[in-house]
Design a protein around this ligand. Structure first.
Ligand SMILES: Nc1ncnc2c1ncn2[C@@H]1O[C@H](COP(=O)(O)OP(=O)(O)OP(=O)(O)O)[C@@H](O)[C@H]1O
Ligand SMILES: [Mg+2]
Length: 406
């Protein structure tokens, strides 16, 4: 094993040489003897001794304590003070440098050896601990980064899944006006064939066609807005947000035989005129406000509604009249959104796994990230809660959020 190297910082030449002989006898090598703090620091920078034996009174501007302080801050070499000075003030100053030993001259050789060995041991242990800490810190950083990337991927996947739903809904909403436009065009051709295509006829046809085209264009705008990520936490009206999601999926759900309704049960709620063409979605006033990310919240509602639809459809003929009801209520400062279905509920053995990433009972048709994502959005990003229980006829998903008051 290599000999441990020692630097002696001592302004009295005879003492320094005596110490040198003693520690060489003990089996250490002496890198050098210097008599000032400045020289010591320069030397430590270039030849990194394993340990420094430091007198307190030195030649030059700095004393041993100041020198040790500078070495401790940036050079990490253990220092043992060797001095004939003893007074409280000096001891207190020396303590601040966290010395690895403090020996009063004259000292026994054995004392010096024990001090050096203990100092080397302690320094070795401390270095290992520091290294361990660094490794742990890096591991934690890596893990955090990995899980951040995983969450990001999940968010993207989940967006793609909801986009699939939305494309279905757009296709559906376009079918009707596209048919209408096709009919107008055929009608114009027939009218021309019969000589009925006069100016008034043509104008009416153009008007009707433009109305359909405008409806199609509005549908695209609605969907585009739906997928823009919300930029910042902002107060938003939760009644409108939920109602807009229901509006988007309403026709598709109804076609599959599933009724969907939104109602409000907080005392001051007044049912307002219906907003959709279907007359089934009510908007209550005054609206409740929460703070958070509106579009992400809408995705949560979409996830939960689509899950309820899937559960109803998976029952096949067993559930003839599928029903999903969304109920908005308020309890003290809390706003509660409940989504109930009548698909028979969630098997108890999977109840506590629903919100885990990749948990799905839908085989290849499901990715199992809808609810996991929903939990991140509601709980981590919006400070709320989302959970599921079984109600009388099926699953009940509850979202709790704080009521926002300006
Ligand atoms: N209303 C419900 N009734 C019964 N089971 C449900 C209901 N909602 C969710 N589940 C169960 O929870 C599981 C996880 O739902 P989650 O939305 O996370 O994933 P998924 O719907 O399977 O797939 P995707 O990621 O495509 O949404 C579902 O596979 C289903 O078993
Ligand atoms: Mg889902």
């Amino acid at each position: 094993m290599d000999k441990k190297s020692v630097l002696i910082v001592e302004d009295e030449f005879i003492i320094a040489n005596a110490i040198k002989l003693i520690i060489q006898d003990m089996g250490y090598s002496v890198i050098d003897i210097v008599s000032s703090g400045e020289q010591a620091i320069e030397l430590v920078k270039t030849s990194t001794p394993d340990i420094i034996l430091m007198d307190i009174s030195l030649n030059g501007q700095m004393d041993g304590i100041e020198t040790a302080m500078k070495i401790r801050v940036s050079l990490d070499v253990p220092v043992i003070f060797l001095t004939s000075h003893v007074n409280d003030a000096l001891l207190q100053r020396a303590k601040l440098t966290e010395p690895f030993g403090y020996l009063l001259k004259p000292f026994q050789d054995k004392e010096l050896q024990t001090n050096i060995e203990m100092a080397l041991n302690r320094h070795n242990m401390e270095s290992k601990l520091k290294e361990l800490n660094r490794t742990l810190e890096n591991r934690v950083k890596e893990e955090v980064e990995l899980s951040r990337q995983k969450d990001y991927l999940l968010i993207q996947q989940s967006k793609m899944a909801s986009m699939g739903e939305m494309i279905g809904a757009i296709a559906h909403q376009w079918r009707q006006p596209l048919n209408a436009v096709a009919l107008y065009v055929q009608d114009a051709r027939d009218a021309y064939g019969c000589g009925e295509l006069d100016k008034a006829y043509l104008y009416e046809m153009v008007e009707n066609t433009l109305r359909q085209v405008e409806f199609m264009s509005n549908t695209i705008n609605d969907f585009t807005n739906f997928f823009k990520p919300s930029k910042e936490r902002m107060p938003f009206k939760i009644n409108t947000a939920i109602q807009e999601v229901i509006y988007l999926v309403y026709d598709l759900f109804t076609e599959s035989g599933i009724k969907i309704s939104l109602s409000c049960t907080y005392p001051e709620a007044v049912r307002k005129t219906t907003v959709s063409q279907t007359q089934a979605i009510c908007l209550c006033k005054p609206e409740l406000t929460v703070e958070g990310f509106e579009n992400e919240f809408k995705q949560v509602i979409l996830n939960v509604l689509c899950n309820a639809r899937d559960a109803i459809l998976s029952k096949g003929s067993a559930v003839e009249d599928g029903e999903i009801s969304v109920v908005l209520s308020k309890l003290a400062d809390m706003i509660i959104v409940e989504v109930r279905d009548n698909a028979g509920g969630i098997p108890t053995e999977v109840l506590d796994k629903l919100f885990e990433p990749y948990f799905t009972t839908k085989g290849a048709a499901g990715t199992g990230i809808g609810l996991y994502m929903s939990k991140i959005i509601i709980e981590s990003n919006m400070g709320g809660k989302i959970y599921a229980v079984n109600g009388e006829t099926g699953a009940v998903f509850t979202i709790e959020l704080n009521n926002f008051t300006a």
